[in-house]
Design a protein around this ligand. Sequence first.
Ligand code: FE
Ligand code: ZN
Ligand code: FE
Length: 183
Amino acid sequence: MRPNSLRELYVEQLQDLYDAEHQIIKALPKMIQAAQSDGLRAALNEHLNVTKEQANRIEQIFRGMGEKPKAEKCKGVQGVIKEGDDLIGEIKNEDVRDAAIIASAQRVEHYEIAGYGTARTYADLLDESEASDLLQQTLDEEKEADEKLTSLAGEINAEAEEAGTGEAEQETRTRRSRSRRAA
Ligand code: FE
Ligand code: ZN
Ligand code: FE
């Protein structure tokens, strides 16, 4: 598609987001399976349900415009998901892996926040007020998901920091804290 107007660009962005949501619906179960923390699994599971609604919302917007819902491959989110998937597959330590799942999931959320912010702005400019409300709802949910992940990261990153420290590293740490105390 070669957009020649803001409206066409808006439709292109919606098609991109529509595909992105479907890729995320496919990717989340794998991330849930890989996650060890109950809190993280619950948050991802909750976002999976929310994501299915978000895809429905885009369909609703297409219908409102008299357009057929069409997906256009979102290469951006494909790359973000692939990068996270590769990384998560390489990590043996469960705490470090959970931290990596959060890192990857937050990149996805930020990517979506950018996309929905833009689409919502276009909807406003084009006087598509119903679509604007629907896009704003999704934008709010993506921000909520991102905040939830940030709050989970507090504990999980701390556990990841403890993990994987070999004996040599542990020793340096003890020595360091001893000399800190002495100073
Ligand atoms: Fe989404
Ligand atoms: Zn995209
Ligand atoms: Fe999301």
